[in-house]
Design a protein around this ligand. Structure first.
Ligand code: ADP
Length: 193
């Protein structure tokens, strides 16, 4: 079975591709952003805490996010494989995920890096703000999210490159085209559904 990570700037199209890839591989797509948003919607304690960070474009504290993922990965559907979308996003989260996988006696198969230039991602996010009304899609917060991504998450690509796990795919173009590119890039590494 397949264990994948999806990394990319806000607006690169991770969520959209995560769903398609998960379907293809028959694994659950686990999006920390979606889990936080569900909790915000249901006004849980976790949701209240997460919202205070998300509304400002900041990351939810590592301790909270790590516990959430640890719990999610022990659920039955994630045992054979998973696609993590939006986790890990910090160096500390990488260390934690390494520990979770080691404990489970497994390892990652690949890290898909979805690229898109800044103008394009800002355009997409502003568009999404109009279509979906996400609270963190205002221009100031978008700018902050991009900054936080560059500072904290972009460096993780080097970490995973050093482990020879990164597959870089151009996220510009039609949704199906991008999916096909990702599948082709994974197949080249011998990873297929
Ligand atoms: P995007 O990548 O488009 O910004 P996400 O839905 O992946 O959107 O995440 C939205 C917000 O949820 C982030 O800005 C952050 O506040 C929070 N979040 C999601 N994943 C993590 C994570 N791994 N660590 C900390 N915070 C996270």
């Amino acid at each position: 079975m397949t264990r994948l990570l999806l990394i990319g700037a806000p607006g690169a199209g991770k969520g959209t591709q995560a769903v398609k890839l998960a379907e293809t591989f028959g694994i659950p797509a686990i999006s920390t952003g979606d889990i936080f948003r569900d909790n915000v919607k249901n006004e849980t304690e976790l949701g209240k805490l997460a919202k205070s960070y998300m509304d400002r474009g900041e990351y939810v504290p590592d301790s909270v996010t790590n516990d959430l993922v640890r719990d999610r990965l022990t659920q039955a559907d994630a045992k054979p494989g998973f696609l993590l979308d939006g986790y890990p996003r910090t160096a500390d989260q990488v260390v934690e995920l390494d520990g979770m996988l080691t404990d489970a006696g497994t390892a990652l198969d690949a890290v898909v890096l979805l690229t898109a230039d800044t103008d394009e991602v800002v355009r997409r996010l502003l568009n999404r703000a109009i279509e979906q009304g996400r609270a963190d899609d205002t221009e100031d917060v978008i700018r902050r999210r991009l900054e936080v991504y560059e500072e904290q998450t972009a460096p993780l690509v080097n970490t995973y490159s050093a482990r020879n796990l990164v597959v870089t795919v151009d996220g510009l173009g039609a949704v199906d085209e991008v999916t096909a590119r990702i599948l082709a890039a994974l197949a080249q590494r011998g990873i297929s559904a």
